[in-house]
Design a protein around this ligand. Structure first.
Ligand code: HEC
Ligand code: HEC
Ligand code: HEC
Ligand code: HEC
Ligand code: HEC
Ligand code: HEC
Ligand code: HEC
Length: 206
């Protein structure tokens, strides 16, 4: 367990490096990827996959299609998906004074692909689109800085010639999650910062 923790910490420190390179697939799982390799052919592969498909899926007989399985859960999972994620991602990180609706419901898969993704954070969709699909009202009025600018604050969904990066999360694309915590927060509206001008100055130094 303690080596596992050390492993996690090192990975967290390696940050971008850890996610930017394809993760080598567990030797015993090479067979699975002969047919299911497409699941992993994305820019970012979930580190959990390197520990093998059976980390999350119930034992199955891959020589039979449909596979004969021992599991009771959707997609032949070893357990229900929220409990699955909690095996490696501590529950406390997803509970707070304010907890995001789909997170409180244990629906990690509403936003994340469990295997791999072309988007940062293993997100299912282009980041701002992911948020706006469930929050279409946010586009209907100027956001946050009415009074400073009648257009409101850029949201990260604007078409730009080059990507805009988050000033406070190095290497991450700028979008809703620059200002909102996606899972839980100490503050109303899942805010990362306290309200007021000071919050602006974190990113707009002057
Ligand atoms: C971190 C846990 C995890 C690991 C590791 C994992 N899977 Fe999955 N897999 C899931 C979950 C969760 C789903 C259900 C996805 C859903 O319902 O949206 C799933 C669904 C699937 C599906 C159904 C199609 C789909 O995309 O939903 C296939 C096929 C599959 N996994 C194959 C594999 C193979 C092959 C491996 C090893 C290379 C693997 N999985 C490793 C969690 C995992
Ligand atoms: C020879 C090709 C082949 C191999 C090898 C193979 N699969 Fe599959 N797998 C399929 C096909 C085709 C389907 C879709 C038909 C079905 O549902 O069984 C599938 C479906 C699945 C599903 C989805 C089942 C569901 O109910 O949604 C999972 C999970 C899965 N495979 C996991 C694995 C794992 C883990 C391995 C390695 C132990 C593996 N497969 C090896 C061809 C293969
Ligand atoms: C066997 C352990 C394990 C399981 C089970 C697991 N993960 Fe992970 N996950 C990891 C490791 C290791 C990392 C890389 C270190 C980190 O970012 O915490 C990671 C990273 C992630 C990341 C960040 C990826 C990035 O590029 O920033 C997301 C998102 C994620 N996991 C979601 C999930 C979800 C959703 C589930 C349940 C379907 C799940 N994980 C189940 C081990 C696991
Ligand atoms: C409403 C969408 C949403 C749901 C639901 C969700 N996440 Fe996330 N998650 C995100 C976003 C957005 C990020 C940040 C991605 C980025 O920009 O790098 C993230 C990041 C992560 C990371 C990387 C470390 C971090 O905190 O930034 C992990 C691990 C993770 N999520 C696991 C989970 C697990 C486990 C669940 C279910 C308990 C879950 N997520 C539910 C949206 C979601
Ligand atoms: C699967 C749908 C879904 C997705 C995707 C989603 N949300 Fe939510 N969000 C909800 C639900 C449900 C609530 C709780 C309902 C409510 O309080 O209005 C909520 C509440 C919120 C709140 C608090 C609203 C308030 O008035 O207190 C904020 C802020 C928020 N979401 C931001 C985001 C951001 C940022 C993203 C993208 C990282 C995102 N949401 C993605 C469903 C979603
Ligand atoms: C520059 C920082 C910033 C960005 C970027 C940002 N928000 Fe917000 N958002 C805020 C603040 C601050 C509030 C709280 C306003 C208040 O307390 O009345 C807020 C409020 C909200 C609310 C609560 C209801 C409402 O409309 O006022 C939702 C939902 C929300 N944001 C979603 C999003 C989504 C989705 C995105 C990306 C498309 C996004 N936000 C981008 C700072 C931001
Ligand atoms: C998390 C970092 C962050 C926070 C907090 C933040 N901003 Fe921004 N802001 C940015 C980024 C990044 C851009 C550039 C976005 C783009 O080009 O798409 C931007 C753009 C702007 C613009 C438009 C400038 C232009 O040239 O289009 C204004 C005005 C602005 N911010 C004001 C504010 C105010 C006022 C606050 C506090 C309520 C605030 N910002 C909080 C990161 C932030």
């Amino acid at each position: 367990m303690s080596t596992e923790r050390g492993f996690l910490v090192r990975l967290a420190c390696a940050g971008l490096l850890a996610t930017a390179f394809a993760v080598p697939v567990h030797a015993q799982e090479a067979e699975c990827t002969q047919c299911h390799g497409g699941l992993l052919a994305k820019a970012f592969v979930h580190e959990a996959v390197s520990k093998g498909c059976s980390t999350c899926h119930a034992p199955l007989d891959e020589s039979v299609k449909p596979h004969k399985v021992a599991g009771d859960f959707r997609s032949r999972l070893a357990t229900d998906s929220a409990a699955l994620c909690a095996k490696c991602h501590p529950k406390e990180h997803f509970q707070g004074p304010v907890t995001h609706g789909p997170v409180a419901a244990g629906n990690c898969l509403a936003c994340h692909n469990p295997h791999a993704s072309d988007h940062q954070g293993l997100l299912r969709k282009e980041p701002a689109t992911l948020c706006l699909d469930c929050h279409p009202d946010v586009k209907k009025r100027p956001h946050v800085i009415v009074g400073f600018s009648s257009n409101g604050h850029p949201l990260g969904d604007e078409k730009r010639s080059k990507e805009v990066f988050d000033p406070l999360r190095p290497g991450k694309k700028f979008y809703c999650a620059a200002c909102h915590e996606p899972h839980r927060s100490e503050r109303p509206r899942l805010a990362r910062f306290d309200k007021g001008m000071k919050s602006c100055q974190g990113c707009h130094k002057k």
